[in-house]
Structures are given as structure tokens and as C-alpha cells.
Design a protein around this ligand. Structure first.
Ligand code: ADP
Ligand code: MG
Ligand code: ZN
Length: 477
């Protein structure tokens, strides 16, 4: 029995894939020269008036419906007031009392059981700019391109009880956001960011322990490591009779440890109040139903359907549904050739290897579903062997040529012509009387010798299945 229960609640910020910012017409494009994506609105000039981007609301409703939230009909925006150099207005426009989505859940799989993690709230807000501290020492610079970029904040209930569950929740949420086409899910670049709240309590106790909040983790690995470090730190403190102090901790990936931000005295008083420059936002049933009708099949449903419809193992279904384009690729292949397990095998090995090596997305792969299934048909017909096909696939991926062209130009066709093969086997039997006699006397291990001779005679192109069959027949007769 474990001595302590772990309690984790996650706050995720997902940057939305709108083309313009949440309250102005500036572009959301990343990587542009600093402070070129700005205007008086997102720079917080006196007298500016924000105008809500309708797409942000639609995207929020989308995620809310996908995570079984109830959608708030009357949304009030709020000002969260604080001072920081990357916040030009001196306040962030966010939602406070009436978040767009509430009381939802996300289902996750850990081991072989599934679990529902409650979603407390989903709300819309604007991102801040970015302080740049190291590049121009001793000066610090601010880039406001990101100020006003739309975010959804997704807050979970403290339902997560292990680091594995925490990572599973984040992976599932990221996948849902990407299936919905509302976030690119890039953790390194910060379009999917996570703050983790963690506490420990004596096993079975009803009362939660004091939590710390972890920030600055930009990969699943770092989330897991930071949580493990912090769990051990909490348990160490509690075991030695101490008290965990409520604090915000920064993960330091280079040193593999957390550091306190020592921010307790500035205990947050954001003085939230209703945003006077924005009207209440009314979301009606028609809008919700319109968004609902456009929801795609979600990852969990697709995983289940793939197993049922195509009879592939759970493992395959997990890998193939990693991303929507990959799952689409698989399904297109199955429409062209009714061999789901073979298609799955090729995607999980050759296709994913090429994507990895080239660092590309499936959409950039030169091998189309038609090309892959044409090649698989050549294997089925016995024109090429599986090991030849692996070479053919690499060449298709490199050059974009079809498998038929490659097989022809490289003279790869297997010899499957039985008459031709029988002639060659007859010669081999004639030229190897000793081996033939031994084989016929019962030393059947010599079959490999004859197959080898035939491969030599055909320069490796004899169709192995047919070759074996013919040699056996002719030796046995
Ligand atoms: P804050 O405004 O300080 O961020 P929230 O109420 O938004 O506080 O909670 C933040 C997150 O902390 C939520 O995901 C919630 O589930 C989680 N949480 C709350 N209490 C605990 C606790 N004792 N241990 C772990 N997580 C907790
Ligand atoms: Mg919070
Ligand atoms: Zn702007």
C-alpha cells in the first residue's frame, strides 16, 4: 500500500488557430520581426475599443461540446488587473464568473482501464507579449506580437492521481484540440502550455494537502519529471513533520529540479471586474447546434471504431489515430485495398519511419494512399517480395515514382513463371545427383540447398513461395 495519495489538477492554455487576434485585426502569425503584429488595440492605447473575434467563441464552443461541458449562454468578459511589462493594457481580458464551458470531462486510458477527469471550466482570454531577457544583456526587451493572441484556458478538477494520468490527460486533450483543428498543439513553441497543481495527502484521507503550482514545462517528459520531483519533495516535507508551503514553482529542465518563485507575499489580488468595453456575449441554441453539427469524429471514438470496423489491435488503433491526417491516410488506403492489418503494419513501420527521418507530416509524404496500396497489390500478386517492397517503398518516398515504375526500371520482378522455374529446377537436380539422392533418402533439411541454388540461378528473383513448392514437388516425384 502506498502511504500517500497524489492529487493533481491541470491548467492548460491552448493557443487558437485563428488568423487574427481576439480583439483586433492583427495577424496571429508567429516568427515575424518583433512588434510588427501590433496595433493601438492590442498595444492598449488610450481610447481603444476591443471587438470580439467570433471565431474564438466558435472554437471555444467546439472544445466545450467535445469535452461534454455545458455551454454558457450569457458570457461576461472580465478584466484581470496586474502589472507586468509584457501586458500593455495593465490588465488581461479574460472570463471569470461565467466561463464559456463548465462541468465537462475528458476520458483517458491508463493501463487498460479508462477514467473520467472532470473539466471545471473552459474560458476565452488573450495572451500577453513576451519578455526577452537574455539576448541583449543587460537590457530586457519586450515583443508584443503575441499580445492579444486568443487562448482557451482549460482547468481540470483535481481528479488526477498519478503522473501517468496527468500525461495521459494532456495527450488526450492535445489530440482533441488538434482533431478539432483549433490548436496546433506545439508544446515547444508554447501553443499548448500546461501548469500543474500538485499536493499529497495521507492515503485515504478526505482532506487535500497544500498544493504547489508548477510552471515552465514544455514537453510531456518535463511535465512528468517535474511532477515526480515535486511529489517527492512534498512527501519528504510531510514525512519529516513539516508543512508544504503554497507556492508557484518553476521547473528547471537543465538541473532536473523545481525552484520556488517565492511569490507568496504578492498573494494574487487581480481585482477582477466586468469588462466595460465589451457587451455581454449571447450564445444561442442555434449557434451551439451549428457547431455541434460540424464536430468531427473525436480520437477516442475513432480508436474504438478502427478496432471494430477493421479488426486491428488496440495498439494499432492508437498509433494510427495519433493525428487526424494519419488516420485519414489509413482509411483512404483501406478503401483502395481490403487488407487493413497489412496496411496498418506498413504505416506503423515504413510510413512513420520516413515521416520521422524527414521530420515531415503525412500531408508532405510523396507516397499517396494509391501508391502504397498499388505496391501492396504487387506483393499480393507475388510480383515482389516483402523485402524488395521495403526498398521500393523507400524509393517511392524519395522520388515520388510509382512502385510499378520502380520495379520495372530496377528489374525487380520476381520470377513466378512456373514453367521457367521448373526448367531451372530440373537442371539443378541433374547437376546435383548426390544431394538429390540424400534428400530423397530422407535428409529433407537439404531443401534449403536447392532453394539456394534456384535463387542463384534466378539472381534472387525467384518467388520464394512458388520456388519452395516446385522444388518439393520435383524432388518428391
Ligand atoms: P488558481 O486560480 O490559483 O489557479 P484554481 O481554482 O484555478 O486556482 O485551481 C487551479 C488548479 O488546481 C485546478 O486544476 C484544480 O483542480 C487544482 N487544485 C486545486 N486544489 C488542489 C490541490 N489541493 N491539489 C492539487 N491540485 C489542486
Ligand atoms: Mg489558475
Ligand atoms: Zn492589434
Amino acid at each position: 500500500m502506498r502511504e500517500y495519495d497524489i492529487v493533481i489538477g491541470l491548467e492548460v492554455h491552448a493557443q487558437l488557430l485563428t488568423s487574427t487576434k481576439i480583439f483586433c485585426g492583427c495577424s496571429t502569425k508567429a516568427g515575424l520581426p518583433p512588434n510588427t503584429n501590433t496595433c493601438p488595440v492590442c498595444m492598449g492605447m488610450p481610447g481603444i475599443l476591443p471587438v470580439l473575434n467570433r471565431k474564438v467563441v466558435a472554437y471555444g464552443i467546439k472544445l466545450g461540446l467535445a469535452t461534454h461541458c455545458s455551454i454558457t449562454r450569457r458570457n461576461i468578459f472580465a478584466r484581470k488587473n496586474y502589472f507586468y511589462p509584457d501586458l500593455p493594457k495593465g490588465y488581461q481580458i479574460t472570463q471569470y464568473e461565467n466561463p464559456l464551458g463548465e462541468h465537462g470531462f475528458l476520458e483517458i486510458e491508463v493501463g487498460h482501464s479508462s477514467k473520467r477527469i472532470g473539466i471545471t471550466r473552459i474560458h476565452m482570454e488573450e495572451d500577453a507579449g513576451k519578455n526577452i531577457h537574455d539576448e541583449h544583456e543587460p537590457l530586457s526587451y519586450v515583443d508584443f506580437n503575441r499580445a492579444g493572441v486568443p487562448l482557451l484556458e482549460i482547468v481540470s478538477e483535481p481528479d488526477i492521481t498519478s503522473t501517468e494520468e496527468a500525461v495521459a490527460y494532456l495527450k488526450e486533450l492535445r489530440q482533441v484540440l488538434m482533431y478539432l483543428d483549433i490548436c496546433d498543439g506545439n508544446m515547444e513553441e508554447g501553443s499548448f502550455r500546461c501548469d500543474a497543481n500538485i499536493s499529497v495527502k495521507p492515503a485515504g484521507s478526505e482532506q487535500f494537502g497544500i498544493r504547489t503550482e508548477l510552471k515552465n514545462m514544455n514537453s510531456f517528459k518535463n511535465v512528468q519529471k517535474a511532477l515526480e520531483f515535486e511529489i517527492n519533495r512534498h512527501i519528504g516535507i510531510v514525512k519529516s513533520g513539516g508543512r508544504v508551503e503554497q507556492d508557484t514553482m518553476l521547473w528547471n529542465a537543465a538541473e532536473n529540479r523545481t525552484y520556488s518563485m517565492r511569490s507568496k507575499e504578492e498573494s494574487h489580488d487581480y481585482r477582477y471586474f466586468p469588462e466595460p468595453d465589451l457587451l455581454p456575449l449571447e450564445v444561442d441554441d442555434a449557434w451551439i447546434e451549428e457547431v455541434r453539427s460540424l464536430l468531427p469524429e473525436l480520437p477516442s471514438a475513432r480508436r474504438r471504431r478502427f478496432q471494430l470496423q477493421y479488426g486491428i489491435p488496440e495498439y494499432d488503433a492508437d498509433v494510427l489515430t495519433q493525428s487526424k491526417p494519419l488516420a485519414d491516410y489509413f482509411e483512404k488506403c483501406t478503401h483502395l485495398l481490403d487488407s487493413p492489418k497489412e496496411i496498418s503494419n506498413w504505416i506503423m513501420t515504413s510510413v512513420l519511419r520516413v515521416l520521422n527521418e524527414k521530420g515531415i507530416d503525412i500531408s508532405a509524404l510523396t507516397v499517396t494512399p494509391e501508391m502504397l496500396t498499388d505496391m501492396l497489390s504487387l506483393i499480393k500478386k507475388g510480383t515482389i517480395s516483402i523485402s524488395m517492397a521495403k526498398d521500393v517503398f523507400s524509393e517511392m518516398a524519395g522520388t515520388g515514382r510509382s512502385s510499378a515504375e520502380i520495379v520495372k526500371s530496377r528489374g525487380l520482378e520476381q520470377v513466378s513463371d512456373e514453367v521457367d522455374l521448373r526448367d531451372k529446377v530440373r537442371d539443378i537436380i541433374e547437376n546435383n545427383p548426390a544431394e538429390t539422392e540424400k534428400y530423397r533418402a530422407g535428409k529433407t533439411q537439404l531443401l534449403g540447398f536447392f532453394v539456394g541454388q534456384l535463387m542463384k540461378a534466378t539472381r534472387g528473383k525467384a518467388n520464394p513461395k512458388i520456388a519452395n513448392k516446385i522444388i518439393k514437388e520435383m524432388l518428391d516425384s
